[in-house]
Ligand binder design. Sequence first.
Ligand SMILES: *Cc1c(COP(=O)(O)O)cnc(C)c1O
Length: 245
Amino acid sequence: MTPGSPRVYLDANRPERRAELAANLAAVRARIARACERAGRHPDEVTLVAVTKTFPVSDIRLLAELGVREIGENRDQEAREKAAACADLGLTWHFVGQLQTNKARSVARYASVVHSVDRVRLVHALERAVASVRSDPLRCLVQVRLDDEPGRGGADPSAAVELADAIAAAPGLLCAGVMAVAPLGVDPESAFARLAEVAQAVRSRHPEATWISAGMSGDLEAAIGHGATHVRIGRGLLGARPRNR
Ligand SMILES: *Cc1c(COP(=O)(O)O)cnc(C)c1O
């Protein structure tokens, strides 16, 4: 397998896989419910996005049967192929990975939400893409970087409002809120507290930007405690992945 190429997404649909995914899903939903209870929130306020990168289409079909409608992917080619293979299911596709401007047009065809808008150039690429390939608006989240390491994606928190303004001003794009990945080696509580402040600043100018996409398998409780409306769960639902994915 060459780097960057997706594996073959066809999988022997083992009967025990369904039971495995059902049990994982129940466990994740229970964690979400407990975290909501502790935070005084209703579990309906938190949307579960299943991040299926590296896993086969057969798993997405099983998750769909189990009631999961929101699917996250982080590479365009893989996401595009899987969305096409699942077109009959009417799922909602979330693009959560770093996005190159030359992929904007492709992503705009199948994604309903792009979680990773981190620069004005990408806003403009998405605006042009939407104008040419889709009729309904594309929801965009401002991805905020919560450490001092540029390169892994995300805008500086000080640039978040400006990016939200650019999204809101772009025909065909909706500014839905903010997204972040808690940095390694940083307490997720403080990272998500910071994100909540950024979310508030964005929302004060763009009241419709109510989403906070935060929390993964290891830190969903902290994220929900700080207002996450969307958690992006991979391993906790699907199991271990190859390194770096
Ligand atoms: C892979 C990924 C996730 C899911 O991470 P897990 O630790 O497997 O739950 C969430 N968000 C982004 C941006 C990802 O790339």
